[in-house]
Design a protein around this ligand. Structure first.
Ligand code: DX5
Ligand code: ZN
Length: 232
């Protein structure tokens, strides 16, 4: 189980301080929400800022690109030192070349699915990705409420992973608090992005530990069904 606090909910007047809090929190990943003002109706920050933060921590940088034209940004994020780049399934024909480009830049590859988009459209890509991000809010803003209708998508992603013997991670993002994190874990998620619920707490380390406990207590991914023993 991986806890990924989202920098979107950090204090932007004290970013270095919040990266230090993150470093001391025990969270494995730092989630970086990149918004372009076109794919989503908001703008966050870009590769220049990510590059400035990179020397402050060795933690895994998980970049989530909510951008209409990621191809122009991918080399810059790779150069800034991100470990994984997630692009959106809604980009249609662009998806295959983008996944290849991310891989060729030496980064892990993620694919995100928005709430209105059918999870079935992700099926052709499952063998090419390290992570499937099931969005649990419509992206663009932190602090929104978890959309429960997205939970069956997590279950479907976990079922495909089991049935096809694949090992992509299943990430959930949006409205993740201690309770919804546990419900997503039960459905099969193993990476939990949380902005408001984690960075909003004075004691980030305690909040990360509490979320970890919540997701571990429901058990992780269902183990693959053991093959029946051969008779005779
Ligand atoms: C939504 C972003 C999320 C966001 C989550 O557009 O992709 O990563 O930061 O924020 P909370 O946890 O506040 O819903
Ligand atoms: Zn995100």
């Amino acid at each position: 189980m991986i806890i990924a606090p989202s920098l979107l909910a950090a204090n932007y007047t004290r970013l270095a301080n919040d990266v230090a809090r993150h470093r001391a929190s025990g969270a494995e990943w730092l989630h970086l929400d990149i918004m372009d003002g076109h794919f989503v109706p908001n703008i966050s920050f870009g590769p220049h800022l990510v590059k400035a933060l990179r020397p402050l921590t060795r933690v895994f940088f998980d970049a989530h690109l909510m951008c209409s034209q990621p191809e122009i940004l991918l080399p810059m994020f790779a150069e800034a030192g991100v470990d994984q780049i997630t692009i959106h399934l809604e980009l249609g024909d662009q998806v295959t070349p983008l996944l290849w480009k991310i891989r060729s830049l030496g980064c892990q590859v993620g694919l995100a699915v928005n709430p209105p988009t059918s999870i079935a459209l992700a099926q052709p890509y499952l063998e090419q990705i390290d992570l499937l991000l099931v969005m649990t809010v419509n992206p663009g803003f932190g602090g929104q409420s978890f959309i429960y209708e997205c939970l069956p998508k997590v279950q479907q992603a976990a079922a495909w992973r089991r049935e096809r013997g694949l090992d992509y991670r299943i990430q959930v993002d949006g409205g993740i608090n201690f309770q919804t994190a546990a419900e997503c874990a039960r459905a099969g998620a193993d990476v939990f992005v949380s902005g408001t619920t984690l960075f909003g707490q004075r004691n980030l380390k305690a909040a990360v530990a509490r979320m970890r406990k919540a997701v571990n207590s429901v058990g992780s991914r269902p183990s693959p069904v053991a093959a029946p023993a051969r008779q005779g």
